[in-house]
Write a protein that binds this ligand. Structure first.
Ligand code: NAD
Ligand code: 0WE
Length: 264
């Protein structure tokens, strides 16, 4: 099967081979997609090329999504190289580390809230707005990455949970406003994965074990699994789906109680 053959996608958020965006790049490339990878800063380029080159990617561009001018330059470069676009994968999230360590009410700051929402939420709309002209009436698809912390609380996720709730709402508002141009907008809510963004997080290993033991599939998910779901959502196979949040989490989110083996 090559259900993305002939389609061109921008993927934002590859940092290294462990990135969720890398699993998505691989799965989309396996389905015949042509890729354009943007990366946060030049320090990452070598690692990003190690991901993109084996997939035949020839397009790399530095873009800091907290900077409007940087996004404008990215979209201009895509316009010059391709003249059109079939979709964008947004796999970017950031909050200052001090916001993600401690009791929410005690560690929250105005500046941290602003940064988390700017980078993790607004950037999706900013990219959609500027790339829209390249995606009109070609059944294009936008995709972002969320996490269950948008709907439920967990230790330390704090302002990122609030930002992910806003990101999921952005997915619905963008879906509604871009539907007229036949552009679909969806999100994947992924289970926890050991990536660079997760590496600084206290007790992340415990969180992985907790999820694996309580999920119906009794294991964690892989970036390949997120990639396959992403490839589907960005393809014409998902032509009737927009504004949706699809859980790729081994079923963790559906349970209220496990098998009770850990209690007396
Ligand atoms: P990652 O560290 O590999 O990717 C995060 C990316 O965001 C990096 O490539 C980084 O360069 C980029 N980024 C941060 N600030 C940026 C900026 N100002 N401009 C441009 N790029 C910027 O980690 P990941 O876990 O693959 O994260 C990808 C997405 O998946 C994030 O939205 C994250 O919240 C989400 N997510 C992660 C998990 C998990 O457990 N790892 C689970 C669910 C959802
Ligand atoms: O969305 C994410 C990653 C979010 C994230 C992580 C960091 C760590 C390093 C955003 N910004 C930063 N900033 C840093 O300086 N996930 C879903 C993974 C994740 O991150 C957590 C988690 C989980 C799960 C942070 C605290 C608690 C749980």
């Amino acid at each position: 099967m090559s259900f993305l053959k002939g389609k061109k996608f921008l993927i934002v958020g590859v940092a290294n081979k462990f990135s969720i965006a890398s699993g998505i790049a691989k799965a989309m490339s396996d389905q015949g997609a042509e890729l354009y990878l943007s990366y946060q800063n030049e320090r990452l380029l070598k690692k990003v090329m190690q991901v993109g080159d084996p997939l035949g990617c020839k397009n790399y561009f530095e873009c800091d999504v907290s900077n409007d001018n940087s996004i404008d330059l990215l979209i201009s470069d895509i316009e010059n190289k391709w003249g059109c676009l079939d979709g964008i994968v947004h796999a970017v999230g950031f909050a200052p580390a001090n916001e993600l360590d401690g009791n929410f009410v005690d560690v929250a700051t105005r500046e941290g809230f602003k940064i988390a929402h700017d980078i993790s939420v607004y950037s999706f709309t900013a990219l959609a707005q500027r790339a829209k002209k390249l995606m009109l009436n070609r059944n294009a698809a936008l995709l972002t990455l969320s996490y269950l912390g948008s709907q439920r609380t967990l230790p330390n996720y704090n302002v990122m949970g609030i930002a992910k709730a806003a990101l999921e709402s952005s997915t619905r508002y963008l879906a509604n406003s871009m539907g007229v141009d036949q552009i679909r907008v969806n999100a994947i809510s992924a289970g926890p994965v050991k990536t660079l963004a997760a590496s600084g997080v206290k007790s992340f290993k415990k969180m992985l074990s907790y999820n694996a033991s309580r999920a119906p599939l009794k294991r964690n998910i892989t970036t390949e699994e997120v990639g396959n779901a992403a490839a589907f959502l960005c393809s014409d196979l998902a032509s009737g789906i927009t504004g949706e949040i699809l859980y790729v989490d081994a079923g963790f989110n559906i349970t209220a109680m496990g098998d009770l083996s850990e209690v007396n």
